[in-house]
Design a protein around this ligand. Structure first.
Ligand code: QV4
Ligand code: CA
Length: 515
């Protein structure tokens, strides 16, 4: 009996451990959840409400929150002031530490995990001033009494080879790690003192109950230094997580052109945000590459293995041209493309998807650059961040885009939850810009991006026979479908019809949305 039990538990644990390259790549989702949303610069009280009223009930697994620690307070409060740390106290325009604690608790209770964006590579730019909570700092002399960090805690000429200490070649590992990213004061994480202060900050968040972190600018930190910081980390809070759980950590590591900075060094340390993914997918959705080629999207395209990836269509940087060129990335300014790109991302089994949720600003494109790319979150009359106030049709007050609440997007989040770990089956394409596939016998999607051409095909969906409510055009309410119905016959076939240049050029069926 005992022998059998041991064999049984080995059978359960071994395949799991061989999946990902790192013990930090499990997001610790509750239930069958699969998707993260980034609620950029939302107030903590609003995120807590959102977990209870929307994210939990509609099946989101977690929220990425913008940096939560004290940061520089810059003129007009551009969003990027959050990426200039002043101290590791939890306080920002999004709220106080006690509001943060309340949010973490309420979201965990609602089945939604919290991941914090942490900026460990650097402190502020060269200016001096006060942080958002009034803590003084001087970037020029590298004095940050709020921690405290002083000049010896930063890289200088002894370790950075460039004349002005700025990174000039991002693909040179020494410059990328030891010099300054846009003049931002670069911390010397080889020093145990710096590691300890940073681990203390992460442990403070872990003890409150977060599930993990986005590591900002990981490409600019030595993997060995990160490993040393990890060795000081606590396990996750047992109030919310099984004992001995490690934090989920995903790294912002933009691939280098000469491969001198190896992404696989970071997949040992958690997941890597896969920048090839958004790039290649946006190219396809924009019609620069055929949809049919997506049949093996993922590692065969030069991306990291499935279980090492965190994926996105859009991010806070991409939508402003702070990474990559404006005009390739797809975001809320092109809502039709965003919905179909997101639908593919959520239907296709690769990586952990993150859905961007933005606030509104007016782009002002001059010579390919958005001159309004600095604009911070919407504020009320007193300069505080404006509250998010959802409408009865699930949209938000107009200052907040709330992409994560668009029906075509949240329905696809549910589609991914239902699809679970089922493999892709029943792949079909027309040799060009029309595709379809199922996830086992659970879900089915068809996409038509063939310019001016109707998709009308009797396709094998792999689904059990029945009447399905297309998730894209409607919902099932009280046994009635508010959108298009699709009949799957006894052999699993269905007549699929997607009009030429339809508003939403895809159809999505799920065994959980039958009438
Ligand atoms: C300016 C000049 C520099 C000069 C410096 C000092 O441009 O040439 O050396 O002054 O005199 C802000 C300003 C930037 C300014 C800098 C320092 O925009 O003009 O430099 O501050 O004062 C965000 C923004 C940055 C912003 C930064 C800090 O995108 O514009 O810089 O926050 O406020 C690479 C990296 C990748 C990075 C990406 C943007 O590999 O890691 O660039 N992405 C992450 C975040 C991103 C964030 C940072 C890193 C920095 O996702 O949002 O940058 O934390 O690809
Ligand atoms: Ca660095």
């Amino acid at each position: 009996m005992i022998v059998e039990l041991i064999v049984f538990s080995l059978a359960l644990t071994i395949p799991y451990q061989t999946l990902a390259s790192s013990p930090y790549s499990d997001p610790h989702f509750q239930h069958n959840r699969k998707v993260i949303t980034h609620l950029m610069q939302w107030k903590f009280v609003d995120i807590a409400d959102e977990c209870e009223r929307f994210l939990g009930p509609y099946g989101y697994g977690g929220v990425q929150v913008s940096p939560v620690n004290e940061h520089a307070s810059l003129d007009r409060h551009p969003w990027y002031e959050l990426y200039q740390p002043v101290s590791y106290r939890i306080v920002s325009r999004s709220g106080t530490e006690s509001q943060f604690r309340d949010m973490v608790h309420r979201c965990n209770k609602a089945g939604v995990r919290i991941y914090v964006d942490v900026v460990l590579n650097h402190m502020t730019g060269p200016q001096s001033g006060v942080g958002i909570d009034g803590t003084h700092y001087d970037g020029n002399s590298m004095q940050y009494p709020g921690i405290p960090f002083g000049p010896n805690d930063f890289h200088g000429h002894e370790s950075c080879p460039t004349s002005n200490l700025d990174i000039q070649n991002y693909d040179d590992p020494t410059q990328a790690r030891n010099c300054r990213l846009s003049g931002l004061r670069d911390l010397k994480q080889s020093a145990d003192y710096v590691r300890t202060k940073q681990a203390d900050f992460l442990n403070h968040l872990i003890d409150i109950g977060v599930a993990g972190f986005r590591f900002d600018a990981s490409k600019h930190m030595w993997p060995g230094d990160l490993q040393a910081i990890y060795s000081k980390l606590h396990h996750l809070n047992e109030k919310y997580f099984p004992s001995n759980s490690n934090p989920f950590i995903y790294h912002e590591v933009i691939y280098s052109n000469n491969n001198a900075i190896s992404i696989s060094d970071y997949t040992k340390l958690g997941r890597s945000i896969e920048f090839h993914y958004y790039h290649e997918l946006c190219n396809v959705i924009r019609g620069n590459n055929k949809l049919k080629w997506l049949h093996n999207f993922g590692q065969p395209w030069g991306m990291v293995p499935n279980d090492d990836a965190l994926i996105m269509v859009d991010s806070h940087d991409l939508q402003r041209g702070h990474t990559g060129q404006l005009g390739l990335n797809i975001n809320y300014f092109e809502s039709r493309l965003l919905k179909v790109a997101t639908a593919f991302m959520l239907a296709w089994p690769y990586g952990i998807p993150r859905v961007m949720s933005s606030y509104r600003w007016n782009q002002k494109i001059v010579n390919g650059k958005d001159e309004n790319d600095w604009i911070g979150p919407p504020t009320d009359g007193s300069g505080s961040i404006l509250s998010v106030k959802p409408n009865s049709d699930l949209t938000c007050n107009q200052e907040w885009i709330c992409e994560h609440r668009w029906r075509q997007i949240y329905s696809m989040v549910q589609f991914r939850n239902t699809a679970g770990d089922e493999p892709v089956k029943n792949w079909w394409d027309n040799g060009d810009y029309q595709i379809a596939f199922s996830r086992g016998a659970k879900t089915f999607i068809a996409i038509n991006l063939q310019n001016g051409q109707h998709l009308k095909q009797n396709l094998h969906t792999g689904l059990p026979s029945g009447n399905y409510c297309d998730l894209v055009t409607g919902n099932v309410n009280n046994g009635k479908c508010s959108g298009q119905m699709v009949h799957v016959d006894g052999s699993g076939h269905a007549m699929i019809s997607i009009g030429a240049n339809a508003d939403d050029p895809f159809i999505a069926l799920s065994v959980d949305a039958r009438v």
